[in-house]
Design a protein around this ligand. Structure first.
Ligand SMILES: Cc1ncc(COP(=O)(O)O)c(C=O)c1O
Length: 479
């Protein structure tokens, strides 16, 4: 697909709308609050009255605010007509071996068809990524430093990339140094190295329920068992359930996507992150934290990572640029705390090195500025697209459907009426050349049979909306 990142530059009115939208999402402008008058807002923002009017019109169209005759503009009480939320999950209390690999392969196989509507994997349209800029950086690197690019870059990885990541870690609440980081081939490798560093085949790892299927695949490949822990759709893993499970089971590690988890979109509040870290530190159980979505917050502040509260070095923090800059570059990292030496050795034996040009290009992209601007744009698009997806699900899916209300990230977790089999829905959707991710993929015990996950990171187009409507129609047939 041809990249069109230039088209994504936000116009002035969109920037104003974005700031207001963020204030609504963060609660700074609560439901029912009156917005400043058009003239006041124009003074406040230093833009023309017509720019403010256009921003207000856009927010009205998105269902975020409403105009009341002779009174002004207000934040809507029910911002959109959306489904109720799913409830806290109730997984079984035993650990189980995992077997999701074959079903996951089906999604990626289908995604190779260029005609397919990709509502399955959580991948962004190239139009939403800094595609052209990265191309220019790569071209310059190939021209100016061809030898550096074709050599191995042994663990711990490219220094200037580690320095850039370390700088950004201030924004995550922890001041990492470049020496504390090892670069990896995406967060997937970071999570696998973490698992290998702290667990051996046959061990049990506690995970969220539902959990990201890539994590379950890694657990499967390493011969580990998964212990699913009850998880709240907004606050993430339930700590009382985890505490109780740790009293019953010997657990080698706990693995959590603390910020905007996949598939629920849950964000663990700061206090709970602190509690999670101390709960595990008391028992000397390592925490593997996957933070690939932390930068994709819809509110104004980037949530901290649990690693920010790690005093003993027992949190292994994994991240990558896959959700924000370029999944194909395969650039990720790990801050392994006290497991650093072991992780470095494992990295060497796992893939020897992270691709050099990829690391150099991402380091240059981060160094030369513009990443925060790009993130603001991406978050704005995701906020709108998740909202549109939630509204489309409400409109087209059967009565009784529930859906999450993520405050960041790029996926929606949808609970269909009980009779609807997600696997059958996936089969029928595939015949209509639409790929969705069925619930059982996200569980070691193959639960969530009537759930699906929808990817919201593709540009919202009439074709995409019609695909969502088709999935809704198929769900009606199964209901
Ligand atoms: C929670 C989570 N972790 C890791 C990954 C994979 O990241 P990467 O492409 O950096 O390996 C994904 C991709 O969907 C994800 O959702």
């Amino acid at each position: 697909m041809k990249a069109q990142s230039a088209a994504l530059k936000l116009k002035l009115f969109e920037q104003v709308a974005q700031r207001i939208g963020e204030a609504v999402a963060s609660g700074a402008l609560p439901p029912g609050a009156r917005l400043p008058s058009v003239r006041q807002m124009s003074d406040q923002e230093g833009v023309s009255v017509s720019t403010v009017l256009m921003a207000y019109m856009q927010l009205e169209a998105e269902g975020i605010i409403e105009a009341r005759p002779q009174s002004g503009h207000y934040v809507r009480h029910a911002p959109r007509d959306i489904c109720p939320e799913p409830q806290m999950s109730k997984p079984p209390q035993s650990a189980a071996p995992v077997s999701v690999g074959a079903a996951v392969a089906k999604i990626y196989e289908a995604a190779r068809d260029p005609q397919i509507v990709p509502l399955g994997a959580a991948v962004a349209s190239p139009e939403l990524l800094p595609t052209r800029r990265l191309g220019r950086i790569l071209a310059a690197l190939a021209r100016n430093e061809p030898e550096a690019g074709v050599s191995y870059d042994m663990p711990p990885g490219f220094l200037s990339l580690r320095q850039q990541i370390a700088r950004r870690s201030f924004g995550w609440g922890c001041a990492l140094s470049a020496d504390e980081l090892v670069t990896t081939c995406g967060a997937s490798e970071a999570v696998q190295l973490s698992l290998r560093a702290v667990a051996k085949p046959g061990d049990t790892v506690a995970v969220e329920s539902p959990a990201y299927y890539g994590t379950l695949q890694a657990i499967e490949a390493l011969g580990l068992k998964a212990l699913e822990i009850a998880t709240h759709p907004r606050h993430g893993m339930e700590l009382s359930a985890l505490d109780a499970a740790l009293k019953r089971h010997k657990v080698a590690a706990v693995l959590v996507v603390t910020n905007f988890s996949n598939p629920m979109g849950a964000c663990m509040p700061e206090e709970r992150k602190r509690e999670l870290v101390s709960l595990l530190a008391r028992r000397s159980i390592p925490l593997i934290e996957d933070d690939v979505y932390g930068d994709l917050h819809f509110g104004s502040a980037r949530p901290k990572v649990a690693k920010a509260f790690d005093k003993q070095g027992t949190v292994l923090l994994c991240g990558s640029v896959s959700k924000t800059i370029a999944p194909g570059f395969r650039v990720g990292w790990i801050a392994p705390g006290r497991f650093r030496e072991r992780v470095e050795l494992l990295k060497f034996s796992s893939s020897m090195a992270t691709p050099t040009f990829s690391q150099m290009a991402i380091a240059e992209f981060l160094r030369s500025g513009g990443f925060d601007r790009h993130l603001r744009m991406l978050r704005r698009h995701l906020l709108i697209q998740v909202g549109k997806m939630a509204a489309a699900v409400k409109q087209h899916f059967p009565e009784g459907t529930r859906a999450t209300r993520p405050e960041g990230g790029s996926v929606l977790w949808v609970e269909l009426p009980e009779r609807v089999s997600a696997l059958e829905l996936q089969r029928r959707a595939l015949q209509a050349r639409i790929i969705i991710a069925p619930g059982p993929l996200f569980s070691a015990s193959q639960r969530f049979e009537n759930f699906i996950r929808l990817n919201c990171a593709q540009l919202w187009t009439p074709a995409l909306e019609s695909a969502v409507a088709t999935v809704g129609r198929l769900a009606h047939q199964l209901a």
